[in-house]
Structures are given as C-alpha cells and as structure tokens.
Design a protein around this ligand. Structure first.
Ligand SMILES: Nc1ncnc2c1ncn2[C@@H]1O[C@H](COP(=O)(O)OP(=O)(O)O)[C@@H](O)[C@H]1O
Ligand SMILES: *[C@@H]1O[C@H](CO)[C@@H](O)[C@H](O)[C@H]1NC(C)=O
Ligand SMILES: *[C@@H]1O[C@H](CO)[C@@H](O)[C@H](O)[C@H]1NC(C)=O
Ligand SMILES: *[C@@H]1O[C@H](CO)[C@@H](O)[C@H](O)[C@H]1NC(C)=O
Ligand SMILES: *[C@@H]1O[C@H](CO)[C@@H](O)[C@H](O)[C@H]1NC(C)=O
Length: 402
C-alpha cells in the first residue's frame, strides 16, 4: 500500500506541483482534425454591413478545433500531438513555429502541395462579447486512414477526433479497436490494465458540434462524447438535460456524455447514467469568448486523462483523492464508489466495427466526472476573461492548487 501512496502523491505533485515538463514516456493525447490560420480582428462593436470601422486589435493565430484543443492541453502540461493535413503554402512556417512554441508534437502530419491553407477570419466584438467566424477551406485533402495507420498507438492514452470526415474516422476507430484487442488486457487483469507503465487501451472521444447528422454515426463507438449547444439546438433539444437524455439513447452503453451550454455551464452523464452539473464561472469581464468550447473540451480531456493515468483503481485511495481534489463540490456518495466488477464484453457488429457493448471507462465515476465538469467550467470561464490562450497555463496551475 505504501507503494500506491507514493504513486498517488507523485500524481499530485505532477498536476499540482510546479508545472513539470511532460515525461518523455508519458502517453500522449492525440487530437485528430483541422489546423487553420485565424485572422482575428477585435472591434468595439460588430460592424454594420457596408460600413468602415477601425479595429482595436489585429492578430494572426493558429486555429482549427483540433489544433486549439492541443494548445490548451499543452498549456496544461499534457503531452499532446496534433494530427491533420498541413498545407505546404506560405503560412506553413507560421503554423509549425507556433506548434513548436506550444510544445505540440506534429511529427505525423502529412504536408500537401497545391492547396491553400484553411483560413478563418474572426470578428470579436468587445461590446457584446460575440465572435463571428468566416471560414474558408480550399478543399485541403482530409487525413487518410493510411496517414493514421503510421502512428505507433502505444504512444497514446487517448485520442480525440474532431467530428469531420465521418467515414474515415470510423475506419480509424476500427484500427484503434484492433490495437486495443491486441493488448488482450480487457478480459483478465483489471489491476494491470490501467498501470501507466504498460501500453494502455486507448479511450476515444469525439465532439458533436456542427449541425452534421452524420456525426451521430460515430456515437456507438466512442467512450466520451462532447455535445455542443449548436448541435443540440439543431436537433431541437432545448436544454442540457434533454440533450443528455436523447444523445445517450444513441450512444453505446457505458459512454460518458458531456454537454456545455455557454453561460448555463455544463452537464454530464456518467457511464452508469447519473447526471452531474456545474454552473458557469464567468469572469469579471468577458474579453474573448473565442475558444471557450475548445478550452472546456481540453480541460475535461486533461482531467479525465490524468485520472486514467493514475495507479490501478484497485490500489487507489479514494479518500485521499477526494480530499486532494478540492474545488470539487461533489460530495462523495458511497453509492458512487468505483465498481471494480469484471467487465462483461458483448460484441455488436455494425459498420464492420466490433463495438464493446460495455465501455471500459469505469474510471469515470460520478465524483470524477463532477470534478471534471466543474474544473472545466472554471477553466473555460477564466479563459473568456483572457485574450487568446496566453495565461491559461497559470489558470490550470491555480485551479489545481486550491
Ligand atoms: N458567457 C459565458 N459566461 C460564462 N461562461 C461561459 C460563457 N460562455 C462559455 N462559457 C464557458 O465555456 C464553456 C463552453 O461553452 P460553449 O457554449 O461550448 O462555448 P463555445 O461558444 O465556444 O461553443 C461553458 O460550459 C462555460 O463554462
Ligand atoms: C479501447 O479500450 C478502452 C479501454 O479499455 C475502451 O474504453 C475503448 O472503448 C476501446 N476503444 C475501442 C475503439 O475499442
Ligand atoms: C470548429 O468547430 C465548430 C463547431 O463544430 C465549427 O463551427 C467550426 O467550423 C470549426 N472550425 C473549423 C476551423 O473547422
Ligand atoms: C428541457 O427541455 C425539455 C424538452 O423541450 C422540457 O420538457 C423540459 O421541461 C426542459 N427542462 C428544463 C429544466 O428546462
Ligand atoms: C486511505 O487514506 C485514509 C486517510 O489518509 C487512510 O485512513 C486509509 O487507511 C487509506 N486507505 C488505504 C487503502 O490506503
């Protein structure tokens, strides 16, 4: 037991302590999706059509949802990698330099000639706090399965897919599942399965944001689903409760579903169907709401992945955990203790992907998810009081300290 105590305290040193660099062997979070150039104009107020207005500030930044998620993960001290197509044109250096600066690995990104770089022009209004985005993508080829298969999956603990290109993403998930199965850990040794020293089965998350119905096809195969307000409203859901209820009907059993809703905060559903909730934590003044959702998603991934990388569940001292994870309003309810029951596997066949009927995400219990959601709302709330993502590293540090 003293060994497990040591592991627990080193876990806390890692996240609470003085921002240690990620260990070279620490498994990475991989974000798969788009990178683009954001041209951001900050205006006093949103311009009227055909008007002429001076902006308060102007900047270029690296954008794209997957790329942004990496920025936040990296700020938090996580080892992370971006995977997506890069355009070989003139903005490439800007984007690559910025990823290097942010310690985001991009070693496996294919570079494509002859296509421009996707670009978003963003208008931020100081007056209303709104962000208006004009996106241009000159048909840059999407990432292929072959690109994905070049990865050494042992390097990753978690893969987050931006919900684009559903058909290919499904085949990538299938590839991950084959890998998972090759680990042969699911059936027997539950103690070793989450030992950080061993290659671990990969948790898969996606984001349902765009009003793209096709994304629903991914639901039966993913462990953690983020549902954005836009997607929910597009489907006709008025609130988070309704969204969780409806989306969980289409998800695999044992999936975790998380829904953020601007100033209403966020709500989530645990693998065993319990609901947790956090209010929003608005800053004194909203400065830059661009990327609030990205920040929220990344903060959740950061938190849950940390829990996943902890010592085996059976050795974990949950009372230590509850005490140390302050800022967590969740009461520890004896009924929500981790269930260590051997997980039964039942395979269903669809899209030619074997789907685990029971998802092996029992590390996400009520307390963990409550803490994750509260943590992420605090980080996202702090973010909209900051310009861009700078300073977010300190936000993470401060929140993990108290
Ligand atoms: N106006 C706001 N006030 C306070 N918190 C906010 C606000 N907008 C967003 N947030 C925080 O960011 C999280 C993500 O919000 P979301 O609506 O998904 O952002 P986005 O507009 O980027 O999609 C929310 O759960 C909340 O914690
Ligand atoms: C891989 O294994 C993890 C953990 O056991 C499980 O949650 C996930 O569903 C598996 N992923 C796939 C694609 O099978
Ligand atoms: C990022 O995701 C949002 C919501 O899904 C979408 O509206 C936007 O177009 C995406 N941005 C890029 C650059 O793909
Ligand atoms: C959420 O939306 C559903 C369906 O529109 C509605 O029946 C329910 O009353 C709403 N709940 C809350 C708390 O607003
Ligand atoms: C967990 O920690 C509590 C409080 O520090 C202690 O009383 C208990 O014995 C520990 N349990 C284990 C299994 O280490």
């Amino acid at each position: 037991m003293s060994e497990s105590k040591e592991m627990i305290s080193s876990f806390y040193e890692k996240i609470v302590g003085t921002s240690p660099p990620p260990e070279p062997n620490e498994p990475k979070i991989l974000c798969v999706g788009l990178i683009c150039l954001d041209i951001v104009q900050v205006c006093k107020q949103f311009p009227a059509e055909d008007s002429d207005q001076r902006c308060v500030a102007h900047r270029w930044q690296r954008g794209g949802n997957a790329s942004n998620n990496c920025t936040v993960l990296s700020e938090a001290g996580n080892s992370c990698e971006f995977l997506g197509t890069l355009s070989a044109e003139q903005h490439l250096n800007f984007l690559q330099d910025d990823m290097r600066k942010c310690k985001i690995n991009f070693a496996h990104c294919p570079t494509v000639e002859g296509f421009g770089c996707p670009t978003s022009t963003v208008i931020l209004s100081l007056n209303s706090g709104s962000r208006t985005i004009l996106h241009y993508n000159p048909n840059l080829p999407e990432l292929s399965l072959e690109n994905f298969e070049k990865l050494n999956l042992e390097e990753y603990s978690w893969i987050h897919f931006e919900g684009r290109n559903v058909g290919t993403v499904l085949s990538m998930i299938k590839h991950v599942e084959t890998y998972n199965n090759s680990l042969k850990l699911a059936s027997k040794d539950i103690k070793n399965r989450l030992d950080p020293a061993l290659p671990m089965p990969i948790t898969i998350s996606i984001e349902l944001e765009k009003s793209d119905e096709q994304l629903l096809d991914l639901l039966p195969y993913v462990d953690v689903t983020f549902v954005g307000r836009t997607f929910a409203q597009f489907r006709g859901f008025d609130n988070m409760t309704e969204t969780l209820r409806r989306i969980s009907q289409e998800a695999k059993s044992g999936a975790t579903i998380i829904c953020a809703w601007g100033d209403r905060g966020a709500m989530a559903r645990t693998p065993d169907g319990r609901i947790v909730q956090s209010p929003a934590f608005p800053p004194h003044k909203i400065i830059d709401s661009l990327g609030a959702g990205d920040t929220f998603t990344a903060a959740i991934l950061f938190y849950l992945n940390r829990v996943k990388l902890q010592p085996p569940l059976s050795n974990r001292n949950d009372s230590d955990l509850a005490r140390n994870t302050k800022g967590a309003e969740a009461q520890s309810d004896p009924n929500t203790e981790l269930q260590l029951n051997e997980v039964k596997r039942k395979i269903t066949q669809n899209y030619n992907i074997e789907s685990l009927e029971v998802s092996l995400t029992e590390f996400i219990d009520c307390t963990v998810l409550q803490n994750a959601v509260t943590f992420a709302c605090k980080v996202a709330g702090a973010k909209i009081g900051l310009t861009g993502y700078e300073g977010l590293g300190n936000v993470f540090k401060d929140l993990l300290k108290d």
